[in-house]
Design a protein around this ligand. Structure first.
Ligand SMILES: [Fe+2]
Ligand SMILES: [Fe+2]
Ligand SMILES: [Fe+2]
Ligand SMILES: [Fe+2]
Length: 476
């Protein structure tokens, strides 16, 4: 009996473990492609990281065009790694290989190393992995290995060509000035095909790598970080008692977020998929934050955007040129605002009255203290500008227009103010037309003093104008 029970328990335990075992063990032990996929994910991940590092080095050495070729190829290898990892996961793998630290030399050395790596992959590694995958009936893996093998050959040819012509900058710049990456197989070419000769994807889906592509990346990064920094600066300003300055930071933060959105839209239409996230802002006192903000805006409107704009025009990137031009001009207005507030930080009467309400152009991000008829930068109507704080639209007393009370009684009435933005409201006042009949305090608490009628008036004073509401109170 005891023996039977123990046997039963062991059997139950084994049955419980069975599905786990199947997932974790069957595939790797029985299938060589599993190990090959692991090796290829590792290799592709390393290659992608190395090419990113090589791109940086190429930039530093004054080869921006070669940097772009490395970046495009890096993205291709990342896609290979993703595709291979997806198959591995389907086979039960859970621990994805991470990139090894790349060995970075001069650009000439890096091109040579890249060429060697690609050549090994397309001549030895992938043909071998592909044959095994076919033998093992691993159709999905075979398909990916085949695409990667052919793409690596194209990568190798590019690298060899650039390496051979490293001293001929004119050739490199004209041939590789713009490169295109197939989003499916990772082929990197200098002319957009109608269809990818390797995998058949339509040419319009290819990702474009010109200088504007990278400039858009930089600007999305900068705008996103600026937006986050200004939000943090607004909090500091509020805590230091500068509500007005906090609003200016918030309005400008929203302007930068809009710049980032517009730039990202263009970038994603060019095939970008990984949107930069905000860097952690360095926050100081409000005076320090205003100075940092002024410096950032000045750099953007004096150096960064003029440069990006000129390149976008050169490259025929009309949409990007339009956004860069708007942003450039808006940043100048931001810089002027920040400088003005910083210079007058000790004169809060001036700052509070001048910046009591600010308006943001919803298109170009200009932030102004007076509504224009049309935005001088982008032509948007002033009526479409977004005010900070949010103006009050409706004020309602939450009691019937004729309210009854009994002598000696009390009644608290309230008001609805919408939209409610505390910073828009400068005063809320309750008044009774006849204090001998109904008294009211500033919380809306009424006391019926004597029989008769009184008119209760609520006045809400806001930065955008005042509102009044009345009700009649009858005491019996
Ligand atoms: Fe690859
Ligand atoms: Fe490659
Ligand atoms: Fe901006
Ligand atoms: Fe700005």
């Amino acid at each position: 009996m005891k023996k039977t029970l123990a046997y039963l328990l062991v059997t139950m335990f084994l049955l419980m473990m069975l599905p786990l075992n199947l997932l974790a063990v069957t595939a790797p032990e029985e299938n060589e492609t599993y190990a090959n996929l692991y090796a290829s994910v590792q290799g592709e991940t390393n290659a992608s990281a190395a090419y990113k590092a090589f791109a940086e080095k190429a930039y530093d050495e004054g080869y921006p065009v070669i940097a772009r070729l490395f970046m495009a190829t890096s993205d291709a290898e990342a896609k290979h790694a993703d595709d291979e990892w997806e198959i591995l996961q389907g086979m039960g793998a859970t621990v994805r290989p991470v990139a090894e630290t790349p060995v970075v030399g001069t650009t000439a050395e890096n091109l040579e190393a890249a060429f060697d790596g690609e050549t090994y992959e397309y001549e030895e590694m992938y043909p071998d992995f592909l044959a095994t995958a076919i033998e093992e009936g691993m159709t999905d893996a075979a398909r990916i290995f085949n695409f990667a093998m052919k793409a690596e050959e194209v990568h190798a040819i590019n690298y060899a060509d650039v390496l051979d012509n490293l001293s001929d900058t004119a050739y490199i710049n004209s041939k590789y000035g713009v490169v295109y990456r197939c989003p499916t197989c990772g082929e990197v070419v200098t002319e957009r095909p109608s269809r990818c000769p390797i995998c058949g994807v339509i040419g319009s889906m290819f990702v474009t790598y010109n200088q504007t592509y990278f400039n858009l990346y930089d600007s999305v990064q900068g705008e996103t970080s600026a937006s986050a920094a200004y939000k943090a600066f607004a909090e500091v300003a509020r805590s230091e008692g500068y509500a007005t300055i906090a609003r200016l930071f918030m309005a400008t933060s929203d302007a930068e977020a809009k710049h980032a959105d517009d730039e990202w839209e263009i970038l994603s239409s060019m095939g970008a998929t990984v949107r930069p996230v905000a860097e952690t802002p360095v926050v100081g006192t409000t005076a320090e934050n205003l100075e940092a903000a002024f410096d950032g805006e000045t750099y953007e409107y004096e150096e960064m955007y003029p440069d990006f704009l000129a390149t976008a025009i050169e490259e025929g990137m009309t949409d990007a040129a339009r956004i860069f031009n708007f942003a450039m001009k808006a940043e100048e207005v931001h810089a002027i605002n920040y400088a003005d507030v910083l210079e007058n930080l000790s004169d809060m009467a001036y700052v509070s009255s001048k910046y009591a309400v600010v308006y943001r152009c919803p298109v170009c991000g200009e932030v102004v203290t007076e509504l224009p008829g049309r935005c001088p930068i982008c032509g948007t109507r002033g009526s479409e500008y977004i005010p900070y704080p949010t103006p009050v639209k409706t004020v309602v007393i939450n009691s019937p227009s004729l309210t009854s009370m009994v002598r000696g009684g009390t009644l608290k009435i309230s008001a609805s103010i919408e939209p409610y933005d505390e910073e828009a409201i400068t005063a809320v006042k309750w008044e009774s037309s006849n204090e001998k009949v109904v008294k009211i305090d500033q919380t809306g608490l009424m006391t019926a003093v004597a029989v008769g009628n009184a008119v209760i008036t609520l006045t809400v004073e806001t930065l955008h104008g005042n509102f009044s509401k009345v009700i009649m109170v009858r005491v019996s």
